[in-house]
Design a protein around this ligand. Structure first.
Ligand code: NDP
Length: 379
């Protein structure tokens, strides 16, 4: 089977499954748990899009976490989400402890409507839950020729510069910018050296954590067995380092500074929780906060002129002298887009442990597991 481009090459043992059958399964799992059909569709689309883009840390491997959140009554499947502040270009959505994906989509759509009217729309969200990949929502603005911004705080996992305790979230930010032709620019990343989801995936597939990602509560840099390190993080005996890594020499103050700002916008300003007050998906009143912005480019200059200027910038970057160790010069979002095109054609690879886990979840919620396998690489 020809693989065109995959940013995250699958490591055996894995199976490759069809996009539609995987999405249908995820949707059915949430419907079986009492989630409204339209909301289940949103969650399934966000999770499967992450896998399509090669972000397995935030793809269907996260289904279990949301399922547990619903089963434990932490996530409100009957949430009545309301815009409690709605003044000109700004708004605040109270998500009523509902699914973060549903709240986030509602908020960015509202920000886009505001930007159509005022040139810019800013929507903050309080009382929400984990929303998955930040970029999914920023990309919605691109469909309207706008710049989209999406950010969220998250449960405390990251050590603030000069500390060894979990306090800040991994707090990702995404900026999506339209281009004349796809792919749009999509910068989407956590403000920690790694999202915790990557360590979780490594622990499920038996891969080692490199030195420089995690610090123990006694101040040692941890590396090796991902399961041991993931468990230490969960027991609060270790924390992920901020973007830039350990101490100021490598820029840890910049990563923790930016994560702090994201938490002020998403947590302090929105009325949600911040820092170590933010709860995990299985915790009641997790009070996760998000922030979204849509910017109407045409209020600044003609869209065509913006596109021409942007293309010139991109072609300048693409013609820079390439480093000998780099395979390619990439613009953020290109690898994700190429991976998505590939996987839409040939399907999504799932590590066998993640595939088996989905089977167990399907049986736990009492639905048929009918994901279509198109390739099997078990050794
Ligand atoms: P990555 O480090 O994988 O990527 C960050 C960005 O850098 C992407 O836009 C990526 O584009 C770009 N990029 C990667 N390599 C290059 C390169 N060589 N040249 C130019 N650009 C490049 O992201 P993270 O691992 O930090 O985050 C993964 C996902 O996890 C994100 O979607 C994030 O939103 C999500 N997340 C969600 C959290 C939550 O609480 N909801 C918490 C933490 C993370 P490309 O994709 O095209 O490679």
């Amino acid at each position: 089977m020809e693989v065109l481009f995959e940013k995250e090459r699958p490591i055996p043992p894995y199976v490759r499954v069809t996009v539609n059958s995987l999405k249908r399964l995820v949707k059915d799992i949430f419907i079986a748990l009492g989630v409204r059909e339209c909301d289940a569709e949103v969650v399934a689309d966000v999770l499967v899009t992450a896998d399509l883009m090669g972000i397995s840390s935030h793809g269907v491997q996260r289904v279990e976490r949301y399922v547990s959140g619903i089963e434990l009554g932490a996530v409100n499947v009957n949430a009545e989400m309301k815009f409690i502040i709605d003044n000109s270009a700004i708004s605040v959505l109270d998500a009523d402890n509902g699914l973060g994906h549903v709240a986030a989509l509602k908020a960015i759509v509202h920000a886009i409507e505001k930007a159509k009217q005022f040139g810019v729309g800013i929507v903050l969200v309080r009382r929400s839950h984990h929303y998955g990949i930040a970029g999914y929502y920023a990309l919605r603005a691109v469909e309207h020729g706008m710049i989209g911004v999406s950010m969220t705080n998250s449960e405390p996992l990251v050590a603030y510069i000069g500390t060894v305790e979990r306090y800040l979230g991994t707090n990702p930010v995404a900026f999506a910018i339209p281009r004349k032709q796809p792919p749009p620019i999509l910068y989407d990343g956590a403000l920690s050296v790694t999202p915790v989801g990557k360590i979780e995936v490594y622990s499920k597939i038996g891969k080692d954590v490199p030195a420089g990602w995690v610090i123990s509560s006694s101040g040692e840099i941890m590396s090796g067995d991902a399961k041991r390190i993931y468990d230490a993080i969960r027991r609060r005996e270790a924390a992920i380092l901020p973007l830039g890594g350990y101490l100021e020499e490598f820029g840890g103050h910049k990563g923790s500074g930016l994560a702090l700002i994201v938490d002020i916008l998403c947590g302090v300003l929105s009325g949600a929780a911040w820092g170590n007050h933010v709860g995990y998906t299985t915790v009641k009143n997790a009070n996760v906060g998000h922030a979204f912005m849509a910017i109407d480019i045409s209020r600044f200059m003609k869209l065509e002129e913006f596109y021409e200027r942007l293309e010139q910038m991109i072609s300048e970057i693409k013609s820079l002298k390439k480093s000998p160790w780099a395979q390619n010069i990439w613009i953020p979002g290109e690898k994700a887009w190429l991976t998505m095109q590939t996987r839409l054609k040939i399907g999504i690879p799932l590590h066998i442990n993640i595939f088996e886990n989905l089977k167990k979840i399907a049986s736990r919620v009492g639905i048929r597991f009918d994901v279509e396998v198109v390739e099997e690489r078990l050794t």
